[in-house]
Design a protein. Structure first.
Length: 172
């Protein structure tokens, strides 16, 4: 779907500005800007920037061996069917105050040298550090991102190299 955007164009030199200005910064003429609507067709892509995929019949899906990695937390491994698989999305849900953030901080700690991005939308990095210190975790492998804009988070994920990404919480 084309996206409409308003720009202001100088009638003297065709300089474009995102907002109206009295004097053109390029040709220095006064009161030459006229509002113009520009539509841009954006190529449809997935979150990773790649082309959108097409649906495939389940019977045509090729199976490949996936090696699950232990979380280091026995009960969590059991619930996850033996650990975490590469590319897997896991949703930890529960009532407020039940210990979800503590569990995922413990998970980051157990992963040791693995690179972990912790996107904090509810709590501040300082609050998470206090919890980690209480657990005896220094967080050398843990990168904090205080962000609630999903586009920014996706950009950081695409441009980074992380073994695990934690988003706490998806409500924010």
């Amino acid at each position: 779907m084309p996206k409409a955007k308003t720009v202001y164009v100088c009638q003297n030199c065709e300089y474009k500005a995102l907002q109206w200005v009295g004097q053109c910064p390029q040709c220095e003429k006064w009161n030459t800007f006229v509002e113009s609507v520009v539509t841009t067709a954006k190529a449809r892509t997935g979150f990773s920037g790649s082309a959108l995929s097409a649906p495939v019949k389940l019977s045509e899906v090729a199976l490949r061996a996936t090696n699950k990695e232990s979380t280091g937390i026995g009960e969590l491994d059991r619930v996850l069917g033996g650990g975490m698989a590469p590319g897997q999305v896991i949703l930890i849900a529960g009532e407020p105050g039940i210990g979800k953030s503590t569990l995922i901080t413990q998970l980051a700690q157990k992963l040791g040298s693995k690179s972990v991005l912790y996107v904090c939308g509810e709590e501040s990095p300082q609050q998470i550090k206090i919890r980690a210190q209480r657990m005896g975790y220094k967080g050398e492998n843990l990168l904090m991102l205080a962000e609630t804009n999903a586009d920014v988070v996706a950009e950081v994920m695409v441009n980074g190299s992380f073994d695990l990404v934690i988003v706490d919480s998806i409500q924010t």
